[in-house]
Design a protein around this ligand. Structure first.
Ligand code: UDP
Length: 239
């Protein structure tokens, strides 16, 4: 099975891909490389919504594991996603790509609040819209934020750019014989607890028939290859 024709996509990048080869934080050179990939995709005529995680800076679960209040830690995680969004906005604008950041936690001096109709207008004008701060509530992840924005912006697919090249039947780091799926059904992902996105994000995509494309964003040119249907990837969709 292949993807439907794509006019508008939501690209979700894990925070960790912004680290480049560092152990923590943001590597501006690597963000610039990612921005080039986004620009190349946009230059093909696609409308692009972006969601970037915050795991390169702070994850609520990690804070909670060390004794922090989970909700408090999650708000810190959401703020981390805003920093990543601003870094990506900067990199895209340095390439001449018009960009707007919309945050689910209002911070007027820094970016716009999430307003769907305004985001729609930005896309029509050829701007990339970066949605920050996930869904704006603790106990969620940016995967859920990505699925939510993909649904409300009526995206044709959710592209999950991460550091692995798809979905495997077991952890490829632990099992050298792990097999990568070319396509896999939403229900299998949920039933077998396959590591794609968290369950609420997968269920939201399933209920709204949004295919999820999991691919490695670490290899140069891979986003373009995936969009051309030629990349190494896993497509999660109805069976
Ligand atoms: N977060 C949250 N609600 C959201 C989105 C994110 O509480 O709607 C917090 C949560 O603590 C999460 C952190 O922000 O761990 C960073 O996001 P995520 O872990 O999804 O980033 P990624 O793994 O994609 O880098």
């Amino acid at each position: 099975m292949s993807l439907p024709p794509l006019k508008r996509v939501l690209l979700k990048l894990s925070g960790e891909v912004l680290m480049g080869n560092q152990q923590f934080g943001i590597d501006p050179e690597f963000v610039a490389e990612l921005a080039k990939e986004v620009k190349a995709a946009k230059d093909t005529g696609l409308e692009i919504c972006l969601v970037i995680g915050g795991g390169n800076i702070f994850r609520g679960m990690a804070g909670a594991a060390k004794g922090m209040d989970r909700a408090q830690a999650d708000y810190m995680g959401m703020l981390a996603t805003v920093m990543n969004a601003l870094a990506m906005q900067n990199a895209l604008e340095q390439l001449g790509v018009e960009t707007r950041v919309q945050s689910a936690i209002q911070m007027d001096q820094v970016c716009e609040p999430v307003i769907r109709r305004r985001a729609e207008r930005h896309l029509e004008k050829g701007r990339v819209v970066i949605f920050a701060a996930g869904v704006g509530a603790p106990y969620f992840t940016t995967d859920s934020g990505a699925a939510l924005r993909a649904a409300e912006m009526k995206c044709d697919a959710l592209l999950k750019g991460t550091s692995v090249d798809g979905v495997y039947d077991s952890d490829p780091k632990l099992n050298p014989k792990a097999i990568r799926f070319d396509t896999v059904a939403y229900d299998r992902v949920l039933a077998d607890n396959l590591k794609v996105m968290d369950a609420s994000a997968v269920a939201l995509c399933r209920d709204n028939k949004i295919p999820i494309v999991v691919f490695s964003i670490r290899e140069k040119g891979n986003l373009a290859r995936v969009l051309a249907g030629k990349g190494v990837q896993t497509i999660v969709q109805d069976s």
